[in-house]
Write a protein that binds this ligand. Structure first.
Ligand SMILES: [Zn+2]
Length: 264
């Protein structure tokens, strides 16, 4: 079995601050990267227990969230910015059997979602796909679904786990943090977070072998609406002719192919 792992920083146990931990300039940013990498490694240990023989870790945090020196020897890392040519990456992902997410947070506007945001914590008010609010979880699940990859596991805060369970009933999750607000939370200890992730990944793989989750898809055609906090962000985005301006702070993308727009 071959598994792709999307990673993010804001759903990791112990991470509660955009400024100090999430941003590359944060005084605890490198330490936060170590926390994420340890959760990634716990997931890999669970995979190895279930005889997974290929693990591709994708660094999904904007400025980079993986502390490379600590990465588990069994993993490969896909990283760098900007993310160039997702079509070429898709050809690689298609050779994998399942996808998971580690360190994930809930979509922008989720009241108890710790560090909730959608792509940019500083500029995005919301994303809607065909009228429904979506966040990074649905983006990744739809991207993988179009590549015929089922999403079988997620770790993050409780709100992120609830968000994915609404999209993909039956998915295995591991909550490692309870958000009490956007910037306040109860984190479980690193050791306990690792235990939950390692055990959760093992259960997810066992369940996938017995009663497989199918790739996540929604019916097209697709309209992705993005609303920003500021007009100048919409101005900048609109320089791409794929975008249609709806109002001062809102743009839309349309396509019959979800892969064209989900990270557009
Ligand atoms: Zn994120």
């Amino acid at each position: 079995m071959k598994i792709v792992m999307m990673t993010d920083l804001e759903g990791v146990s112990g991470v509660v601050s955009f400024i100090d931990q999430g941003y590359a300039t944060g005084k605890y940013h490198e330490r936060a990267k170590k926390l994420l990498t340890a959760e990634v490694n716990a997931a890999i240990e669970g995979m190895l227990d279930e005889d997974v023989d290929d693990v591709l870790v994708i660094d999904g945090h904007g400025p980079g969230g993986i502390y490379f020196e600590d990465l588990h020897p069994a993993a490969k890392l896909c990283h760098g910015r900007p993310v160039s040519d997702r079509i070429q990456r898709g050809e690689i992902l298609k050779t994998y059997n399942a996808a998971i997410m580690i360190g994930q947070h809930a979509m922008a506007g989720t009241e108890l979602g710790n560090l909730n945001h959608t792509q940019s914590s500083e500029t995005v008010e919301y994303y809607k796909l065909n009228g429904q609010l979506i966040g990074e979880i649905a983006q990744w699940a739809l991207h993988c679904g179009a590549l015929e990859l089922p999403m079988i596991f997620l770790s993050g805060d409780e709100a992120a786990c609830q968000e994915v369970q609404l999209l993909i009933p039956g998915i295995t999750t591991a909550a490692v943090k309870q958000g009490l607000s956007r910037t306040y939370a109860i984190s479980c200890s690193p050791a306990e977070a690792h235990r939950r992730i390692r055990e959760g990944v093992k259960i997810a793989i066992q369940k996938q072998r017995q009663k497989p989750i199918t790739p996540f898809k929604l019916p097209g055609p697709y309209v992705l609406e993005k609303r920003f906090f500021f007009t100048h962000i919409a101005d900048a985005v609109q320089t791409n002719p794929m975008y249609q301006r709806i109002d001062e702070r809102t743009v839309r993308l349309k396509s019959d192919d979800i892969l064209d727009i989900i990270y557009g």
